[in-house]
Design a binder for this molecule. Structure first.
Ligand code: NCD
Length: 332
């Protein structure tokens, strides 16, 4: 298991041109991004919200799946850094998989962007673009049920700001783990920073071999929530379900929904999270979602700051690595 760290190593040099998944980051990379994001929060709270460090740079958001908050968050983050941001939303249903992704990427690459933010329904889509198709930095904004790294990072930032640390906290991730890239990225990140991770879900909504991910598995909310510091709810992703994995919304809520009675099983000061969009009355009651323990709105605010930090870091890193490469070639 990776050693947990509570403080940032200021001499840390971030070495990634792309952000494709949490799995490729070291604990120091993660802490570095969280520290930068924490500083970016104050920029968004100022009256004048712009920091023009990316003036003249172009960011393209390429979304093959519908998204409101993630796309808006990336757009605002880029704009607050002074970049020109273009949104391209491609309706996935009408196009053939793969072909469109590749063709669109080649076309957009010819427009010389500095950053491509991509969301796609296939696992590995962002990686394919980064490795084979485009010459700029790529951020994975969600690829199938694989990873959603900026969501896990903004969740960690929210946890740190509320609890002071991530290490040694008990975090329960509850609900539709099977279809959730948010759960996957969070499991990897929370383990890397030394938290204790629990999954609470019916067996039908758990991936095969889940025990190997370094988690404790519960089928009962009451048992799993006991002594938790953080309760992370997941959306029931009906659009990804092919068969009847849950009986009905009402039955689901009865056994796996988070209401105020059930929340009492967690620690008294536990925080409640949800990546959105929420199905109120299915996985979470309105009373809890809007209640005093909820940090769901704060997650949205942290999302912009975290994405500012990621965008700035990747573009800086890309510039640095390009310069180093050029320097080496000149010396040959
Ligand atoms: C998540 C996603 O798209 O994976 N949402 C998000 O990024 N705001 C979770 C979800 O769709 O349930």
């Amino acid at each position: 298991m990776t050693k947990a760290i509570d403080t940032i190593n200021y001499t840390h040099v971030f070495g990634h041109r792309h952000l494709l998944g949490i799995a490729e980051l070291s604990p120091h990379d993660i802490e570095y991004l969280l520290e930068r994001a924490d500083k970016a929060v104050s920029v968004s709270r100022q009256v004048e919200k712009k920091k023009m460090v990316l003036r003249g740079r172009t960011q393209i958001n390429l979304f093959f799946e519908p998204s409101t908050r993630t796309q808006a968050s990336f757009e605002l983050a880029g704009k607050r850094l002074g970049a020109d941001v273009m949104n391209m939303s491609v309706a996935s249903s009408s196009v053939k998989k793969g072909e469109t992704l590749v063709d669109t990427a080649i076309t957009l690459n010819a427009m010389q962007p500095d950053l491509l933010v991509v969301r796609h329904h296939s696992a590995g889509a962002a990686e394919l673009l980064a490795q084979k198709l485009v010459g700029c930095s790529v951020i994975n904004a969600g690829d199938g049920a694989h990873e959603h790294p900026t969501q896990a990072l903004l969740d960690a930032l929210t946890i740190k700001r509320n609890k002071g640390r991530v290490a040694r906290l008990t975090v329960a991730i509850c609900g539709d783990v099977l279809h959730s890239r948010v759960a996957r990225s969070n499991i990897i990140l929370l383990n890397a920073l030394g938290a204790r991770v629990r999954l609470i879900a019916p067996s039908t909504l758990l991936p095969i071999g889940v025990e190997r991910l370094g988690v404790e598995v519960f089928n009962s909310m009451e048992e799993g929530l006991k002594d938790c510091d953080v309760v992370m709810m997941l959306r029931v992703q009906r659009e990804r379900m092919t068969g009847a994995l849950i009986p009905s919304a009402r039955e689901y809520f009865r056994f796996y929904g988070l209401d105020s009675e059930r929340l009492k099983y967690a620690k008294e000061d536990a925080i409640v999270m949800h990546p959105g969009p929420m199905n109120r009355g299915v996985e979470i009651s309105s009373e809890v979602a809007d209640g005093p323990q909820s940090v769901i709105e704060e997650q949205v605010e942290m999302g912009v700051a975290l994405r500012m930090a990621v965008i700035e870091t990747l573009i800086e890193t890309n510039d640095r690595l390009d310069n180093e490469k050029k320097h080496k070639e000149e010396q040959k």
